[in-house]
Design a binder for this molecule. Sequence first.
Ligand SMILES: *[C@@H]1O[C@H](CO)[C@@H](O)[C@H](O)[C@H]1NC(C)=O
Ligand SMILES: *[C@@H]1O[C@H](CO)[C@@H](O)[C@H](O)[C@H]1NC(C)=O
Length: 481
Amino acid sequence: MSLSLKTLHDMESSQIFNQHLISYSVLIFLPVLLATSQIIPPTKHGFSLNLIDPLSPLSPFFNPNLTDTERFNRILKSDRGRLRYLTSLNAGTTNFPIDPTEIQPGLSSHDLSYMVMTGIGTGAAFQNYYLHLDTGSSLTWIQCEPCHPCFQQQQPIFNPLNSPSYLSLMAFHPYCRSPDYQPGPNGLCHFSMFYADGTSANGILSSETFTFPSSQGGNIQVPNVVFGCTHLTDTDYPLGGPVGIFGLDLEQESFISQPSCAPVTGLRFSYCLVEPGSNIPMALRFGADITWPPVARVQQTQILRFSTGPKQYYVNLTGISIDDTSIYFAPGTFDRRPSGGGGFVLDSGSHFTYLPELAYRIVRNALVLHFQARHLMPLVPGGDEDVGLDLCYDLLPNVDPKDLLPSMTFHFAGADLPLFYEQVFHVDLHQQQFCLAMLPETDVRAPGILGAFQQVNTQFEFDTSNGGILRMATVDCAHGV
Ligand SMILES: *[C@@H]1O[C@H](CO)[C@@H](O)[C@H](O)[C@H]1NC(C)=O
Ligand SMILES: *[C@@H]1O[C@H](CO)[C@@H](O)[C@H](O)[C@H]1NC(C)=O
């Protein structure tokens, strides 16, 4: 204990980089410290959490032993699982043939997504847990005692019996409605979350006090947050990773939609992603903590809501330009079909961007012509240097990527999202090659996805009030906000 207190003291005088590294390890092993530190009354109407990139050395779960190629392969596998998950929701089916070469595409498809830490419970039960930030799912959940069977986790499993603020919710609770929720024994509301690979998380809908370690210092305590106490999971989560999900989609039981959280969230959140794998800290901001750099040119587009299908962050993509040349797509190419399938969604749980196959072919052809005019031919897939992306080229040593690689703009109804070449191409200076960081999706039921790689250096604000608005502006996320 004394060692850790000293560490905390040293932290105050150290640089921000060290501060984050140390605080993560202290918080893992000494959650009690947080429980007793200063609580800020939630009158400020906003707070910020450290947003943790799983590929960053700042992540407590960062594995330094992986080679770049191994890490890259894991990202692509995780993306395939994620795509399958989003497709199952988009199409309203969990009936998918299982491809055994994919790593647990259900729950563990979140393995490489962004994380936040939140304190759950009060009294002896209090624990800080790392959770996957998921804008593609609704219910926040963790494993609770008794838990049979459950995946292994490093920290003690949450014990609701030891938390004076814990409540099980009854089947008549307004959030308790099919298909994910059913009345169970003792009149309680049971939930079953099924994933595309046939795995599931099952438990009791509950409410608890959540404590958020604000990145501004101190803690924000929010009582009566509805969450899932999971008593049965049939999946393997990697040991030492996050232990549950922090759900931020647009369903009523999502953290961002709950009235009990509205005083501190204002029903809106914001992030600004830095380049994946960097050691620059990021924040997930809520409510009044959301600010824009004075020079930012903020644009906005409507978040689309559908009567059927998942309540995720679908937006109206109307076109794409390469450099300043607009590409022609048939009208409705990116629209969601009434029968399910299609549409275009923002998803930080996906690393790369995915386009419907036809649209992808058009973008790909335009790029092939762009590079052909500069005497470059695509690398043959399956070669020695194949990283798993589709369109790759050798980068000649005397060429500066910024002179060769085009930018792109995604046009949404009311807002343009410019992507500099660093957000369009994966440039590997060691291998001296570059690849388009976008991929086709062959399943027509899949949504188009704007992944994290393309979201870098744009600040996004998801304002879920008034029907839903997505605000965006180009920002240097490493130095701004
Ligand atoms: C990395 O390798 C070292 C030495 O082989 C080992 O002790 C350590 O546990 C490994 N770390 C992870 C996260 O696998
Ligand atoms: C998308 O935007 C276009 C152009 O503003 C508009 O014509 C179309 O109706 C919109 N589609 C949806 C689904 O809102």
